[in-house]
Design a protein. Structure first.
Length: 191
């Protein structure tokens, strides 16, 4: 674990969560300085999809990219859901997308069981298994989207209290606080 400036060690982001965050951030977002859709070019799409099973030498097919984009939009809806009803619709859509993947329990190691994909697109299966792992270990709610409306970056909340609002306090949090201060000050001066 790495140490931050304070005395407490910084929490590390699990690799599977980092891969999901990178997938979410591959979309075109940010209103101030829009970023392109990273899945738009084979080289960059391959880099984002590699942790989910995309072979390193092969660029993803247009069909795979289209399927991943649809899955990415569902995951984004889940991360930004405002209530349980909205999230339920997203989970139902994810279940429908995951139906194209067949998984089987693998008991090959004594005392352990893991899910192994036996049919369907391997990258879609990899994404499905990554989300399932995050849900199962209780860390899915730590994946969020920055509260700065002009940003929209996804991030993994590493705080103990699970209350992180900005992908970067130094960038978005500080800007938000300065803007709020200026608005309060202006209101005070006008009153």
């Amino acid at each position: 674990m790495t140490r931050s400036r304070g005395s407490r060690p910084a929490r590390q982001v699990p690799a599977v969560a980092e891969a999901v965050v990178n997938l979410l951030n591959s979309r075109s977002h940010r209103t101030a300085h829009p970023l392109p859709d990273v899945l738009g070019t084979p080289r960059t799409a391959g880099a984002v999809l590699r942790p989910f099973g995309q072979p390193g030498a092969d660029p993803p097919s247009p069909e795979r990219v289209a399927e991943v984009r649809a899955l990415r939009e569902i995951l984004l809806r889940l991360v930004t859901a405002q209530d349980a009803a909205e999230a339920a619709d997203g989970w139902a859509d994810l279940t429908d997308r995951a139906a194209s993947v067949t998984l089987r329990q693998d008991f090959s190691a004594p005392g352990t069981v893991r899910m192994r994909q036996v049919a369907g697109d391997p990258v879609v299966g990899g994404i499905t298994l990554a989300v399932a792992e995050l849900v199962e270990d209780g860390t899915w709610p730590r994946i969020r989207v920055c509260a700065n409306e002009r940003c929209g970056d996804a991030f993994y909340d590493t705080t103990r209290s699970r209350t992180q609002r900005w992908h970067s306090y130094e960038i978005c949090g500080n800007r938000n606080n300065v803007a709020a201060y200026r608005a309060r000050r202006k209101a005070d001066l006008e009153a």
